[in-house]
Design a protein around this ligand. Structure first.
Ligand code: NAI
Ligand code: MG
Length: 489
């Protein structure tokens, strides 16, 4: 017999230890074949002066065991403490956050009885790279980084997930009408990869109306794949409208590592009172047992849990007169699930995982396709709180006499020079686009420029006391424009 997998377990803060103990008892009763290494993370570690909230010894255990079962932690208020969740996701390469959101009516009240959605959120990129700068007195920026490998991984993961779990449709949510380059990449990768899965319906939605439709008619959605920030928001919306955040579990998956946790936090308001609903962590445990290939254990836990819910044994957060029969605490809820081990629900769906069709999701190695990259200009960002657009434009036209000529100036993305509107409000942050003067009118026909041309322009500007705060090169990739145009360009 092969040895049991060793997993790292953190009991966390607040209600964490109560719900973790309850869940571990249920897993044992279901016959989970596991060894545990318990690690300390969170509040106590933070308050000991470790701003990361995790010790080196705990990291070593995580890296060795590769599977992490985590109860919620409390992030202390005040500055200096780094989000442990973000650190763990990024350090272990957990690129996919998978959050099933399902309603359990009539046992748990929800306005959406037919809801059964899985949100697959990209977990490492986007605005969460946390690269932020203040550039001028007025203006602050956050870099949104979207990559081809990151996008391919998450989109493929969504389609593979849909296949594994017999889901019919994958909906991608983006804002590519506004962010044509970054969200445009996400949408294009989605369209390309969708063709490899003709058995699964694919659908592309703009995030704002997509989120609105999700809140109104979640039954129309199946699997949703989206970027990090949108996923953060829509997954909370989806969890909330199932009826209770106390029910949701999530997995964070990478190539070599995986972390499983409840959706909710450490609920300090009810901690230590034997009141917490352990269902979110139980549902995370089901996902973990699936991931580990212990499918019959996953089925047993899920089915005994559904049966308990059906039998009206409810913790306070979902207890409702007339539907619920017994109001129980955390421990008694776990006992009720354990009593029903081996039983299946009568009305709620029975979880039946197919040993043959269930396979771990393997993402192919990223294959970088070489592209011809041509430098055709530069955006120079300038801090100027004195001049107006026309004055700055006249100054830059006079200074740039080399290969690179001023084409336009925008302020917050709106063209203000040449031919700006006097009504446009301007900050002290000017994006000044310089391109080769030949053919500069047609954005698809720009001439190459050299790095020396850029340096010459920068030194001319610097000598004239122009305050350059940032430069961004303009490229064609394979002859195609690879930057956005200014509004009105
Ligand atoms: P929370 O999710 O802990 O609590 C929100 C509300 O839901 C509270 O009224 C709470 O009593 C209730 N609730 C949450 N889980 C419940 C459960 N299992 N059973 C019954 N009721 C439940 O969110 P909050 O209050 O914003 O955050 C508290 C702490 O948790 C903060 O320090 C926060 O940073 C941390 N947190 C940690 C997370 C994690 O470790 N993954 C995720 C979210 C928050
Ligand atoms: Mg969130």
């Amino acid at each position: 017999m092969t040895s049991k997998p060793r997993i790292a377990v953190a009991k966390g803060d607040g209600i964490g230890p109560e719900i973790m103990d309850a869940t571990l008892r249920i897993m044992e009763a279901a016959g989970a074949e596991l060894e545990y290494d318990f690690i300390d993370i969170g509040e106590k570690v933070y308050l000991d002066g470790n701003t990361a909230g995790i010790t080196n010894e705990s990291w070593d255990i995580l890296r060795r065991n590769k599977i992490f079962f985590k109860a919620p932690i409390t992030t202390p208020q005040g500055g200096g403490y780094k989000s442990l969740n973000v650190t763990i996701r990024k350090s272990l390469g957990l690129y996919a956050n998978v959050r099933p959101c399902k309603s359990y009516t009539p046992y748990v009240e929800s306005k959406h009885p037919e809801m059964d959605v899985v949100i697959i959120r990209e977990n490492e990129e986007d605005l969460y790279a946390g690269i932020e700068h203040r550039q001028t007195t007025d203006v602050y920026q956050c870099l949104k980084l979207i990559t081809t490998p990151g996008t391919e991984k998450i989109v493929r993961h969504a389609f593979e997930y849909a296949r594994n779990f017999n889901r019919k449709k994958v909906t991608c949510m983006v804002k590519d009408n506004i962010m044509k380059v970054t969200d445009g990449l996400f949408a294009q990768v989605f369209r390309d990869i969708a063709t490899e899965y003709p058995d699964i319906e694919s659908d592309l939605r703009i995030i704002d109306i997509g989120a609105a439709l999700l809140a109104d008619r979640p039954e129309d959605f199946d699997v949703i794949v989206t970027l990090n920030l949108y996923g953060d928001i829509v997954s909370d919306i989806a969890a909330q409208i199932t009826g209770s955040v106390g029910l949701g579990g999530s997995s964070n998956l990478g190539k070599d590592f995986a972390m499983f946790e409840a959706v909710h936090g450490s609920a300090p308001d009810i901690s230590g009172k034997d009141m917490a609903n352990p269902s979110g962590l139980i549902s995370a445990a089901v996902m973990m047992m699936e991931h580990l290939g212990q499918l019959s254990v996953a089925e047993k836990i899920a089915n005994a849990w559904s049966r308990t819910l059906e039998d009206g044994i409810h913790t306070g957060d979902i207890f409702r007169e007339g539907v619920s029969k017994h109001k129980v605490g955390t421990k008694a809820f776990a006992d009720a699930v354990i009593e029903r081990m081996g039983q299946v629900p009568i009305n709620l769906p029975v979880l039946k995982l197919d040993q043959d069709s269930f396979k771990p999701i393997i993402i192919p190695e990223y294959n970088r396709k070489p592209a011809q990259k041509d430098l055709v200009g530069v955006d120079i960002f300038i801090d100027d709180s004195v001049k107006n657009a026309d004055e700055l434009g006249a100054q830059l036209l006079g200074l740039a006499k080399g290969a690179l000529k001023l084409k336009m100036i925008t302020n917050r993305g709106v063209k203000v020079f040449p031919d700006g509107l006097p009504e446009t409000f301007c900050t002290d942050h000017w994006r000044c686009r310089f391109v080769n003067s030949e053919n500069s009118k047609d954005v698809n026909q720009m001439q190459n420029v050299s790095k020396e041309d850029l340096l010459e322009l920068l030194s001319v500007l610097t000598r004239a006391n122009v305050d350059v705060v940032k430069t961004e090169n303009l490229y064609y990739f394979d002859g195609k424009i690879a930057f956005s145009l200014g509004q009105g360009e």
